[in-house]
Ligand binder design. Sequence first.
Ligand SMILES: Cc1cc(Br)c(Nc2ncc[nH]2)c2c(Cl)c[nH]c12
Length: 305
Amino acid sequence: AFSMCGLAKEYESADNEEKNPWLVSISILRSGRGTEACKGALVSEKYILTAAHCFTIDDRADQITVKIGKKNMEVASLKSHPQYTVGKLRNLGIPEFYDYDVALLELKEKITLNSQARAICLPCTAGTTRALRRPHPQTTCRDHEEELMAVGIVKALFVTPCRDKYTSTRGLRRRTVRIKNNDKKQSCEADAIKAKQYENVTDVSQVVTERFLCTGGTEPEVDPNTCKGDSGGPLIIAKRMRYIQVGVISWGVVEVCKSTPPMECQSDKEFQEHAPSHARDFHISIFKVLPWLREELRDEGLDFL
Ligand SMILES: Cc1cc(Br)c(Nc2ncc[nH]2)c2c(Cl)c[nH]c12
């Protein structure tokens, strides 16, 4: 039988890993300069989907360790999207360009899937057709996009570390955000040029390309914001207790987390204070990098539509 994607333990007392069994913590060891931390999502028994900007061109696979469930795993190879070029617009005074900001890490060994390590569903695969309880093979990739991203405001979630106030250990917390599509997209994207790094940007479309999904801001509700450490993590849509990754967290306008410690896991405060209305976050849409994913994951039995 096939291993079902996007399934998690839902009961309250389940541990962090069982509630988010696809969430991967990535640390990149840089001699003399400490480690960089990013997040990722397990998309098959051997591959992790993350952000390309977590790595530099000099980073090698043996400098990267990933934590899945409670296990540390080694990485065999790292492959960034061929069209990712962070320095492409430097001569325009734009220091960082995040178009196609996605990468795949291949594990040295297959991970044994269990309640603490399980793949998330990727759109346009048979696993997502099953997760959406739609008929296979009649259901198309277009049907997935229509079902998942049909309307102007789409509820989604990302997972970020929090501080457990009783055990003061590190926990995980789901944060609900709203993807602004169609008519709401433009005002969301317009705030991109309020990012410090983008003061020289004259036209928003220079830094916000077709590949991005936009969340954050205060309309229709205040959205929590990502932190740099959330880079590479999945932007998830939950449908009937199944979890489907629609984006990879790439960059944000305001670094709201630098000044404040991780939020308390128990606090019911939904969002960071003083999240300004222009605090937007940008994610690479899975639907916009499918040809690359199909190619790189062709032997993983994901059954792309
Ligand atoms: C998730 C994430 C990644 C990066 Br890279 C950030 N840095 C940045 N954004 C624009 C240029 N550089 C931020 C910020 Cl800021 C908030 N969240 C971020």
